[in-house]
Design a protein around this ligand. Sequence first.
Ligand code: GLA
Length: 414
Amino acid sequence: MCLCMRNPRNMTVAVIKILALICVVILHFRGNAPALDNGLARTPPMGWNSWNAFELKIDEALIRSTADAIASNGMKSAGYEYVIVDAGWKANRRDADGRLVADPQKFPSGMKALADYVHSKGLKFGIYTDAGSEDCVSNAPGSKDFEDKDANSFAEWGVDYVKEDWCNTNGQDAKEAYRKMSLAILATGRPMVFSMCEWGDNKPWIWGASVAHLWRSTGDSKDCWDCGRSTMNKPGGYPRGWVLILDAQPPLAAYAGPGHWNDPDLLQVGHPGLTVEESRAQLSLWTILAAPLISTNDLRSMSPEIREILTNPEVIAVDQDSGGTEGTRVRVTGKREVWMRPLADGNRAVVLFNRSKSTRTVRVRWTDIGRKQTDELPLRDLWKHQNLGVLKGGYSVLVPAHGAVMIKTGLPAN
Ligand code: GLA
């Protein structure tokens, strides 16, 4: 029997060494994976996607006027840059050369003209396709076996971001299917962000970093608090409330980092199914998750209150933190939760989240966020834009129903 088994101290050292070795192996493989390494998405992508507000009812006028709105209403200067046309843009048939074609009724000027327009606003252009034989709901051709051709079309049109869905993929291997598109994108020579939308069915967080910049970790999100609970464990894109999607994220935090992100789906901020407090809470929590911030509300008509939420620079700075560490839930006390994300400069972003239907006091203890009880930490409220002084031990605050308070703690002052 080895020595370590007889001496508890040696055994501890051996366990630590084994754990360290496992970490090194994991980091080695993550670091050297043949990633879609085109230097994009070093921080989580930000933008707008047409799906949740408009579904198939999209056309070039809508996309142009949305680009106009983003460029002029503060969204662009807040960091939202990708204007992503989701399902509904394709004609139902490829052309005689097998190329994808835009629906001539909805996009008569074609996708290149639309991309040019979006670029003229200083924004970037995103497009949707599917890894299977057909898109999900529009009877349009998918990219299966046409990866090179489609990636070339996207590059010719000036696409900057490709979202690839997972419908009608019977029998396909997810990793192989997405790798094909990933290599096709690389081969075009045009830098494009690649977003895998396979709903977490094949644990894309494990292999995704070698294929794409981001991968959906669950089925579709819907503009409700926790609807869809009964279908949530079924594979596929069943729509569900955003807190159910949130609950699926904590185990995945270690898989994210610069250039490769977990994607807990589109923001529901500003949709009628969310209260203003819920909108604020979702954005706060998505920044803790280092999530892509892709808005989906109608940006041409949003209220000043929602615009202020989506463009809060202090909250967005947390999402875009250069460290790229995904945060997680660090305390649950009934319906009161504390979520924390360590930032590159050693500070901590903290969300105090109240899931109950009435106002509650939520407390974060400094020991919850990797600090000492005796530490004196400078505090700032990121929604009120106020310094809260230097506090010892922790911080308690009243949080509205289904709402969140978001703070940032500085380094210990003592
Ligand atoms: C799937 C995706 C959604 C959206 C729709 C479009 O459900 O998960 O994000 O793209 O398809 O059909």
